[in-house]
Design a protein around this ligand. Structure first.
Ligand code: SF4
Length: 474
């Protein structure tokens, strides 16, 4: 049997044909974990194996590995805090996921809009090329297993179980009709019924042509309606920018000194065609947002230099909110402010989140700030997330030695119970040439020989609490 041959010798060549294609798919599907959402939260952004390498000036063969294979899910309505020492790759992650930097490798999926709202070119290309892609998959399976897995994932995310249908013309026609740009959109009044019609058509193709029902069910679970941000064209990504905004660290350099507050806040809505011109409607919108952000509407004609640091940061927040985003990266959004102003801005961000059901990725090196605002916290070290959990779990029971050391550095006001501060010896290793095994082993007080040789897996140690360590703290 073709299946037995493939499992015995995975690099053996396979002849073409529907039966062998089914066997290839079955084999590849076995190596992909079926996603499980045990907490029933809606994922808004899903990052997989994200790598961001920057070339070193003067040496094209050396790279600064700012992000080195990050897997992360951000749930709708949560604030995910990201903490770590300067230079660990937090800001790079935030900017790469917004596609401000083109990632070196990996994928970022966005679930805040249906795929039909964009119908990206890479999707319609895959649909049109289905027969050729299937042949390519058979070829790659015998020559390049990793590339075959990548292509398999691309195909199965789109077609699910219909990948097994020999009736390619029918599948292609159904998909192109559903996804063709201009025919469907999230705002279309009939988009719900169109989706139902499409699903009914998929079911009927499957019933009439797919014989391997078990495999069909498995592949259906791998179907994914996320928009792959890393594959979008410039204009497609531009259409999504209104959903995904950023608040920068420096409230001084991030505002154009030649523009008034009204122009700064109104620029986004105009660019995204919320309004047809600089009329009264736009001005009303800008003043409403200013008020929500604690800025008096009469300030609309002032320039940034006429404001204090805290007020400028409010302008930055208002600029992000003006396009009704769903997701905001707050990149050290309060680090440049006085402590009293920090708390005002944090409270404002929390209020706005509740009011507009926003999702934040809140980047900071300050654990007290992160603790105050976050629902979950991710800890980064040298380009990787080493621990992630609910905020209270991280503070009550850190599992990773690096998190333990960071927490011990938070100053305490309790003089009866002084803290046992853990001093991390040595410097952070170079991200150009990180240490073998666990990247933290050069500074870890629990290091073992295993840590120096083998990279620890990022795994779920306790429910909802993930860490990458061979000897998690208990
Ligand atoms: S794997 Fe080893 S070196 Fe790395 S954090 Fe855990 S105990 Fe420390």
């Amino acid at each position: 049997m073709a299946q037995a041959v493939i499992n015995k010798n995975k690099t053996a060549s396979v002849s073409s044909g529907a039966e062998n294609f089914s066997a290839v798919v079955s084999d590849l599907a076995g190596s992909v974990p079926v996603p499980v959402n045990e907490n029933n939260k809606k994922t808004l952004i899903s990052i997989r194996n994200l790598k961001q390498y920057f070339p070193v000036k003067g040496n094209k063969n050396m790279f600064v590995k700012a992000n080195d294979g990050i897997d992360l899910d951000i749930f709708e309505g949560e604030t995910l805090g990201l903490v770590g020492e300067s230079g660990c790759g937090k800001s790079t992650l935030g900017r790469t996921l917004l596609q401000l930097y083109a990632p070196t490798e990996g994928r970022t999926f966005y679930y805040g809009k249906p795929l039909t709202a964009i119908s990206p070119k890479n999707l319609t290309d895959i649909i049109k090329e289905l027969p050729a892609e299937k042949q390519e998959l058979i070829k790659l399976f015998s020559t390049d297993r990793k590339a075959a897995q990548e292509l398999f994932l691309d195909l199965v995310r789109v077609f699910g179980g219909l990948l097994l249908s020999p009736n390619e013309d029918e599948v292609t026609a159904a998909y192109l009709e559903y996804y063709s740009e201009g025919k469907t959109s999230e705002d279309s009044p009939d988009s719900g019924s169109r989706a139902e019609t499409f699903e009914a058509r998929r079911r009927s193709i499957a019933d009439s042509s797919v014989t391997d029902k078990d495999n069909f069910k498995r592949l259906e679970k791998l179907r994914d309606e996320g928009i792959d941000l890393t594959r979008l064209t410039y204009n497609e990504m531009r259409r999504l920018r209104r959903d995904m905004q950023i608040i920068f660290q420096d409230p001084y350099s991030s505002l154009n000194p030649r523009m008034t507050v009204g122009q700064i806040i109104g620029e986004g809505p105009l660019a995204h065609e919320f309004f047809t011109g600089e009329g009264e409607a736009l001005q009303d919108h800008v003043m409403k947002i200013m008020e929500e952000c604690g800025l008096a509407p009469y300030m609309i004609h002032r320039y940034p230099h006429q404001f204090s640091g805290g007020q400028r940061q409010r302008i930055g927040i208002a600029r992000s909110l003006a396009v009704n985003p769903k997701f905001i990266v707050c990149d050290e959004a309060v680090s440049a402010l006085d402590v009293s102003i920090q708390s005002q801005i944090l409270n404002l961000l929390s209020e706005l989140k509740e009011k507009s059901n926003l999702t934040y990725l809140f980047i900071s090196h300050d654990l007290s700030v992160i603790k105050y605002i976050s629902d979950r916290i991710g800890v980064m070290y040298l380009g990787n997330i080493v621990e992630i959990a609910r905020s209270e779990d991280i503070f009550k029971k850190p599992l990773h030695p690096y998190t333990e050391a960071l927490l011990s550095a938070i100053p305490t006001t309790n003089i009866d119970k002084p803290k046992n501060q853990i001093i991390l010896e040595g410097d952070i290793p170079s991200p150009i040439n990180p240490p073998k095994g666990c990247k933290f082993h050069t500074r870890c007080r629990y290091v073992s020989s295993e840590c120096k040789e083998t990279e620890p897996l990022f795994r779920e140690v306790e429910p909802g609490h993930f860490a990458a360590c061979h000897h998690c703290l208990t």
